[in-house]
Ligand binder design. Structure first.
Ligand code: ADP
Ligand code: ASP
Ligand code: MG
Length: 914
């Protein structure tokens, strides 16, 4: 072997060490006589978390050694049971000398009678060790410098922590190890290849060093403490799929033996590393220290296993992806397993089984926040489910796995043919790919499964080759690969068997406009798994998380046009937001405000008490796409609404795109609904097909319930015959006050002075604004009309239409006073009044804006101020008793109020309580 010739003397030492471990292993150790029978695995779930009632068990061992001199240690008390607590400190906990000090302090302060502390390598060290292998086998000389960096890091840490003999002993071992590694890496460099056992041997050194340093430090506090090289104790069998299975019986024997030699009350054990039954060093694979702790916990029948890490516990979702994730107080073993299997890397999935069988609880705690109680993983208490109300408690958490591909094997020839699934998965096994999820349509026409993306090519090749004949004969139509997928798993005990959970889940995904590629729900009742496109994954996670964990309706809002109406809306939101949240569970967050020149963006929600100042201080150059992106894409809230408070047709032209992207749109802007008919129809068709809402109540009559009333009538099957109304607050004011001796021009001038008109009153008097409202109502009633189809009797005489300015128009308006006065007099003589109205005649399929006369007892004659009035004549509400809506129909407060109503309607559509 090329490698053997380059073995250094210390390497020989290493090999003989391994051999001596082997000879240790040949020592015959009798199994425990008491503990195993007393602490038999729990086969059925006992629904009480009884971990506090554990009893100390005494272990009687008999030992014989191979040198023939049998040394009886009968009655030697090898304690197992509640007096042991196991701790595990992750890489981040021992990332620096200061952190290692901190860990030592926690160990010293722990008042358990006996403790076993499993420790990971210092943060990043395992990665550095894997990198050494990678470099060496790529024949990259820089592995030498990289190994020096590893040495340097540990030397520095040791100098910080240790002194005197402790330091010298550690450094001498460290140097020995580094020399051995150098030799081994050199061999790998020459061979250009590292076997799995060489790799495992190299990468496990981080744990050896951190455990030794920590043990020396704890010993300094005069504690009875030894360090344990778990390669001497934990024995595992490789399973062939980059996993290992512990041999508990053999490991327990070795543990007993180890105790005989090192009877200590505090043990600092290496995480991650173990040996094969042949004493070849191996590992429990990446992130395996949690597993080490669980194995140790079960071997000792410990009271509990505490996993110390850098977060407050197991969160309802990965806190790096969902900032609103919450720490879960308790999880059942099964829930924790599902969470970790599906990607919650706070816990290694294999941690659960060893402790579950003895009912040993696992506690996840944050070393950087000792006041946080952490998450307890144990058997669920008997009452947990019975006391639950609603669906939410059944769902505990969400986890995701990225970088997957779906493989879809499809064909009619699969139905009812025994052995198809076995042939498919046999082929997958041959290439050692890991199947993460399987889903089969009940028609059996397709079997679909997810594998890691990096394995999919080999899988597809194997399948195509295995099914060559079936594909050629057409019995199988295809082996398709869908790359760039992610799994989103929803986890919770009893969840899958509780009606409504999946509906709520899929509803949340649909509302966030996320397409589900595949679904799997095991009978285990603990999880529902969906496959989504990778780019949708985080959004999907946030959508479902917020559906079950955030207030029922959290809506991200973007306000376009913070002018008079937009500004008033923002102020109303400011005043009402906390009431909505507390009383109605509606959480509205304004993530962006944009004007035509400046915009203000936020990731968490703009402080509405200061939005004006913030816009001045922090406003950036307006960019509508960036604005939309920020409101819609850059945060955890799955529902987005853009509120267009402008009257700009350019902004309205974006609605289609926004709705298509799953963004709800609310607006008082009339331009979209009164613009070109084809665009309007396209918009409405899209709105009807999708779960995305488009509300525009304030386009007609400001806050008055006109559109919603009309929609209500239509949806309940009434037939609209005519809609007639005074839709303009300005014109309402003018005609309500055009009485007695007053002239028309005088009233118009007064209306302008009071701010009821547009800067140029012709914009009101021309009737165009009313015509737009007529079009909106006509289209809502099903008429396909364009703006020019509406007959508009303008109140601006032909000769005044070209006046240069509003002022000039007002000056010239008295020329027409007489004409208007005559019209009023004629009406008066007939007991009538003049009103400027919009009319939709559904029967004749026409619309008009016109000056009409009404009897003085008609509802339209009773108006005051600038009120609007709208009358619906329908089959149910006949001509004599039309349905009338009346009230202030203009002004910033009521218009903003109308928009606000739409926002709340949206919230209730999204699931807010009523
Ligand atoms: P350690 O080095 O202590 O073993 P890990 O990095 O393996 O730590 O695991 C802790 C990390 O797991 C956390 O920092 C967190 O970012 C991540 N994580 C992913 N999902 C979850 C979750 N659901 N709850 C808590 N942490 C999670
Ligand atoms: N140090 C090992 C790793 O990084 C094991 C662990 O920390 O859990 O994979
Ligand atoms: Mg970990």
């Amino acid at each position: 072997m090329a490698f053997a010739s380059s073995v250094s003397p210390s390497m020989h030492g290493l090999l003989s060490n391994a051999l001596s471990r082997e000879s240790n292993a040949t020592k015959k150790i009798c199994p425990s006589t008491l503990s195993l029978s007393q602490r038999s695995p729990v086969s059925k779930m006992d629904l009480n978390c009884q971990w506090s009632q554990r009893k100390l068990l005494t272990f009687h061992a008999c030992i014989s050694v191979t040198d023939g001199q049998e040394t009886s240690v009968e009655n030697f008390p090898l304690p197992k049971g509640d007096n042991w607590s196991v701790h595990k400190f992750g890489g981040t906990c021992v990332g620096s000398s200061q952190r290692i000090q901190n860990v030592a302090q926690i160990i010293i302060n722990d008042d358990s009678e006996r403790k076993l502390v499993v420790v990971s390598a210092m943060s990043k060290v395992t990665d550095m060790m894997y990198d050494l292998i990678y470099k060496a086998q790529s024949r990259d000389d820089s592995y030498i410098a990289a190994l020096d960096a590893v040495l340097e890091k540990h030397k520095l840490t040791a100098h910080d922590l240790l002194e005197g003999d402790d330091l010298a002993t550690f450094l001498s071992r460290l140097h020995d190890d580094i020399n051995n590694l150098k030799a081994m890496l050199r061999a790998i460099y020459i061979a250009g290849h590292a076997t799995e056992s060489f790799t495992d041997f190299v990468v496990g050194h981080g744990e050896l060093w951190s455990a030794q340093m920590l043990a020396s430090l704890v010993r300094k506090a005069r504690m009875d403490c030894n360090w344990m090289d778990t390669r001497d104790v934990i024995i595992v069998n490789p399973t062939g799929s980059n996993q290992v299975d512990p041999d508990y019986l053999e490991s327990e024997k070795r543990l007993d033996q180890w105790f005989l030699q090192h009877p200590s009350k505090t043990i600092i054990a290496t995480g991650f590393i173990a040996s094969t039954p042949q004493n070849i060093p191996t590992t429990l694979k990446r992130d395996g220290s949690d597993f080490s702790a669980a194995i140790m916990g079960s071997l000792l029948r410990a009271r509990q296993v505490t996993i110390w890490t850098d977060v407050d516990g197991v969160y309802s979702a990965d806190p790096r992806k969902v900032s609103e994730a919450v720490v879960l107080k308790t999880l059942s073993y099964q829930e924790a397993w599902e969470m970790s299997y599906f990607g919650a890397n706070v816990l290694h999935p294999r941690t659960i089984i060893p402790v579950m069988q003895y009912g040993i609880p696992i506690i996840i705690r944050n070393i950087f926040n000792l006041s946080a109680p952490g998450t307890i993983i144990c058997r669920p208490s008997i009452n947990e489910f019975d006391n639950r109300q609603g669906l939410e408690p059944f769902v505990k958490g969400f986890a995701t796995i990225d970088n997957l591909a779906l493989v879809n094997v499809e064909g009619t020839g699969m139905a009812g043919v025994p052995g198809t699934a076995s042939a498919i998965f046999g082929a997958v096994k041959d290439v050692e790919a890991n199947v993460i999820m399987i889903s089969q349509a009940s028609s059996e026409h397709s079997v679909c499964f997810a594998v890691p993306e990096k394995e999919v090519e080999a899988v597809a090749k194997a399948l195509k080759s295995r099914f060559r004949e079936a594909l050629a004969a057409g019995r199988l139509s295809q082996v398709a690969i869908i790359p760039n997928c992610s799994i989103l798993a929803t986890v919770g005990q009893k969840m899958a068997s509780t009606p409504g959970v999946s509906a709520t889940l899929f509803n949340a995904l649909a509302k966030a406009n996320i397409n589900v590629r595949a679904i799997a729900q095991g009978c285990s009742e603990y999880n529902i798994t969906v496959v989504v496109k990778r780019e949708d994954c985080v959004r999907a996670l946030k959508a479902v998380h917020s559906r079950f964990y955030l207030s029922r309706t959290t809506v991200a809002m973007g306000i376009v046009g913070p002018g008079l109406i937009g500004g008033t809306l923002l102020d109303q939101l400011r005043d009402q937001a906390s009431v909505l949240k507390e009383k109605f569970n509606i959480d509205l967050r304004v993530m962006g405000i944009t004007g035509s020149r400046k915009m203000l963006l936020s990731d968490t929600g703009i402080d509405l008490s200061r939005w004006r100042e913030l816009q001045k201080e922090k406003g950036e150059v307006a960019d509508l796409e960036k604005f939309v992106q920020n409101v819609h894409g850059n945060h955890f809230i799955p529902n987005t609404v853009l509120v267009d408070c402008t009257s700009d047709s350019a902004i309205a032209s974006h609605y289609y795109d926004w709705l298509r992207r799953g963004i709800h749109v609310i607006t008082p802007n009339k331009k979209a609904n009164s613009g070109p008919l084809d665009q309007y129809l396209r918009l409405r068709a899209l709105q009807r097909q999708s779960y995305t809402h488009y509300f525009y109540e304030a386009t007609v009559g400001a806050g008055l319930p006109i559109i919603s009333t009309l929609q209500g009538l239509l949806e309940t099957g009434d037939k609209i015959l005519q809609i007639e109304g005074i839709f303009s607050g300005t014109l309402s004011y003018i005609f309500n006050n055009f009485i007695g001796a007053r002239t028309f021009s005088e009233v118009v001038a007064e209306a302008k002075e009071k701010g009821f008109t547009e800067p140029d009153p012709r914009d009101d008097l021309s009737g165009t604004d009313v015509a737009r409202k007529v079009i909106i109502l006509a289209r809502e009633s099903g008429l396909q009309l364009e703006l020019p189809d509406i007959r508009v009797d303008s109140l601006v005489a032909e000769s005044l239409r070209d006046s240069a300015s509003g002022e000039e128009f007002l000056q010239q308006l008295p020329q027409y006073d007489q004409e208007m006065a005559k019209k009023r007099q004629d009406a008066d003589d007939a007991g009538e009044v003049l009103r400027y109205v919009g009319v939709v005649d559904v029967v004749k399929q026409s619309g008009a804006v016109t000056l009409r006369r009404y009897r003085k007892d008609h509802a339209f004659a009773q108006l005051s101020g600038s009120d609007n009035i709208i009358s619906f004549t329908t089959e149910r509400y006949n001509k004599l008793q039309p349905l009338i809506v009346r009230g202030p129909g203009a002004g910033a407060q009521v218009t903003a109020g109308g928009i606000f109503c739409d926002i709340l309607r949206l919230a209730s559509y999204l699931g807010a309580p009523s």
